[in-house]
Design a protein around this ligand. Sequence first.
Ligand code: 3PG
Length: 399
Amino acid sequence: KKTLKDLVVSSKKVLVRVDFNVPLKDGVITDDNRIQAAIPTIKYLLENNAKVILFSHLSRIKSEEDKKSKSLAPVAKRLEEILKHKIIFINETRGAKLENAVSELKEKEIILVENTRFEDVANGEVVKLESKNDSGLSKYWASLGDVFVNDAFGTAHRAHASNVGISSNIGESALGLLVESEIKMLGKGIDTPQRPFVAILGGAKVSDKIGVIDHLLSKVDKIIIGGGMTYTFHKAQGLEIGNSLLEIDKVELAKEFLAKANGKIILPVDSACASSYADVTPTIVGENIPEGMMGLDIGPKTIELYKNILKDAKTVVWNGPMGVSEFENFKAGTVAVCEASAKRKADGGFTLIGGGDSAAAAIKLGFKDDFSWISTGGGASLEYMEGKELVGIAAIQNK
Ligand code: 3PG
């Protein structure tokens, strides 16, 4: 694929799709990692005298009311602070104000366009022009610039007007520096791993990880399992799971996975339990959990077992927390895999977090710098881990 450095950007109007879909609480950004991750591409464009026009979505827009709390205005402010560079924020997604700002834009100036998903609702109607990759909207946005750079890895699995749409309607398109790094790092972890290769899969549901387990089974040396999905596997093994999370309709599938895994899937041998979903002192229970108890984290014996499996790994790919890591009493399993991974990295191994909840947990628990790569994608990295082609990347021109 063409990449940023293949483009001549000097004095060009460069449309850039970034993923500034950051978590907001009462209008305040609680995690700006995605903004930080877009900085190298923006800086490169400024240094190379481009006129920069940034597009991003923020959350999902289902009503006019939604627009009030989901403006990119706070993002513009944070971006300005990080870059120490003025951001011209246009609080509209189309029209004269945007067009004038674009035509007056000078080299080394930056426009941020309002939340692209505002185009999903017009005059109170749900029209999904952005989310359904409307061709009129795609052509309109494409007409504002000379070239297009897709640096929104987090949105690479969506075929929307502001990524796939612009790519298909503009003369030249390329991948940004973040997307390039993401593909390189995910590829290194998943497609060309050094062995032993251990995947750590957690999270609440087996149903979210079916494609990942399917794809990774043939590649890994071991998959170690944690989180709520444990108990659907335990049920498949005929164990008692008490009131733990269960996807009853996935028990047969869990059995099939275990049968074809050839011993590669490793399950917890004990759990930290409570009588309800609450942050209370845990009761440690072996493989069989009695009625009235639920597993909320992997137990201490499992932690030892997993540390032991991880201790020689040269590649570690992790997706999904080991327990309810936001509960002080049930974060030990997640902390343990962070520590074990940190050690592998320190010893020269390659460690990767495939984004989403596990990335958020690792960052919150203080392990941000202890992994070789933490993906900025949630759904996008999951699809990569499933071996799927990402549409936003596929739409970019070849060299
Ligand atoms: C994400 O956070 O996964 C991306 O920004 C895509 O958001 P979406 O799931 O709302 O399309």
